[in-house]
Write a protein that binds this ligand. Structure first.
Ligand SMILES: [Zn+2]
Length: 434
């Protein structure tokens, strides 16, 4: 987790501007939102033409001028950009006037295990912060309210927790929380009057289960925000029924190129003021409503290190629905997961992450799918208590309904899922070379 330092955000004018603006723009007519997005992108594009060596060289080689870009319909003239290419061209992606933006270096894991260095200009910290604040505000959060932030990996936390007074965040790691010390953690939630929870869904799920097992009911949150990991539906079901509040998904990237956030009506809204999102099918054409597409993202604010048409390697289903909440920020139907989360059936066809299929499964505390052979999956279940034959049959029926006879399904009941090591928890672990 990137450490919060108030000096990185201390731009009251900028914070105030975005606070005023984003609360209005979420209700703008669709056309006005598109114009706004184009305005932001035009600024980035001008900057790329003038100051960013990688894009400047590319445009020159291709014979493209600024006039060749009049609307988002011209965006396809710039190819989709993979993480591997970012790694290769990191130097040329830095703007000539890089230092002017007082950039902060952050790291994200690369596909080959090589960490990818990314830079944020200081200005986008306010943009990021206020966008997150707006999302929380949809559920009643006000700036200054305390919140809990939990991750599933070991962090260097003094006393196994940290109170960050600057942002009023109570930081936990699920790795330290068990049935023995849970009362100490409950005391911390009481002491700091925490009613909003945020974190990795597997870590949030763990905390809810441990509190539930201990019979502690007075520290339940008003809402839970799941970040950084794919939210598994049966975990969402359990957390919502235990807490009595909503669990909402918050999809973002360290690269700060896209933000997709769930509203109280369940709609997955694209924060169009933050990033431009395309959903592209594997053949490169745009996904139509109901179709699955890869999320290709363009950040609208980072001038130190601009990324245009960045391949997130995540998948989502497109929709043209309008949300009942009244916000005009465009929707996607739902998130599916990472490209490497996809499974391969007996016919060699890719299948999405199955998060949805387990929605109505019972008795599961944690689960993980591992695939090492196409057409066969091993479904590992850590049960709440006893995993009865009925529960096993229900899970098998749900999976069979989704997969028909295209996949052999082996269910294993275990104390611990096979891959819960460091980093983000993965519901699907594919050992195939995709
Ligand atoms: Zn909505």
């Amino acid at each position: 987790m990137k450490e919060f330092r108030i000096e990185d955000f201390f731009s009251p004018f900028s914070l105030l501007y975005w606070r005023q603006f984003l609360w209005k723009s979420q209700y703008y007519p669709a056309e006005k939102l598109q114009q706004l997005q184009w305005q932001y992108f035009s600024r980035i594009l001008d900057h790329c033409f003038a100051n960013v060596p990688f894009y400047r060289n590319f445009f020159k080689e291709q014979g493209l001028t600024r006039q060749d870009f009049q609307s988002f319909a011209d965006l396809h003239k710039i190819p989709v950009f993979s993480k591997e290419l970012v790694l290769e061209h990191a130097k040329e992606l830095k703007a000539d006037n890089f230092k002017k933006y007082r950039p902060i270096t952050v790291y994200t894991s690369g596909t080959t295990g090589t960490p990818l260095e990314i830079y944020w200009d200081t200005f986008i910290n306010s943009v990021e912060l206020v966008h997150q604040w707006r999302h929380f505000s949809w559920f009643g959060y006000r700036l200054g309210d305390g919140f809990m932030d939990i991750r599933n990996f070991k962090m260097h936390l003094p006393n196994k927790y940290r109170w960050n007074w600057q942002c009023r965040g109570l930081e936990f790691s699920s790795q330290y929380i068990d049935g023995i010390n849970i009362h100490e953690y409950a005391d911390l939630l009481r002491k700091y009057k925490i009613r909003f929870w945020r974190g990795h869904s597997s870590a949030l799920n763990h905390l809810c289960h441990v509190l539930n097992d201990a019979g502690i009911t007075d520290v339940k949150p008003r809402f839970i925000v799941s970040v950084a990991e794919s939210l598994v539906e049966n975990q969402r079901q359990f957390m919502e029924s235990w807490s009595g509040g909503p669990v909402c998904d918050n999809y973002g990237l360290i690269e700060h190129t896209a933000l997709i956030i769930q509203c109280p009506h369940g709609g997955y809204h694209i924060a169009s003021e933050y990033g431009h999102v395309e959903l592209l099918k594997d053949d490169g054409s745009p996904a139509k409503p109901g179709e699955e597409g890869r999320i290709i993202s363009t950040g609208l604010h980072n001038r130190a290190f601009p990324l245009i048409r960045y391949d997130t390697k995540d998948y989502a289903i497109a929709t043209d629905r309008v949300c009942a909440c009244g916000r005009t920020l465009p929707l996607i139907e739902r998130l599916i997961g990472r490209v490497d989360d996809r499974l391969i059936n007996k016919h060699g066809k890719y299948i999405g992450g199955l998060q949805k299929a387990t929605t109505f499964a019972k008795g599961i505390r944690l689960s993980q799918i591992v695939q090492s052979v196409p057409g066969i999956i091993d479904f590992y279940v850590v049960p709440v208590k006893n995993f009865t034959d009925d529960m096993r049959q229900l899970l098998l029926d749900l999976l069979t309904e989704e997969l028909a006879d295209t996949m052999q399904i082996n269910i294993h009941v275990v104390d611990k899922v096979p891959y819960d090591g460091s980093g983000k928890f993965k519901f699907v672990v594919s050992l195939l070379n995709n």
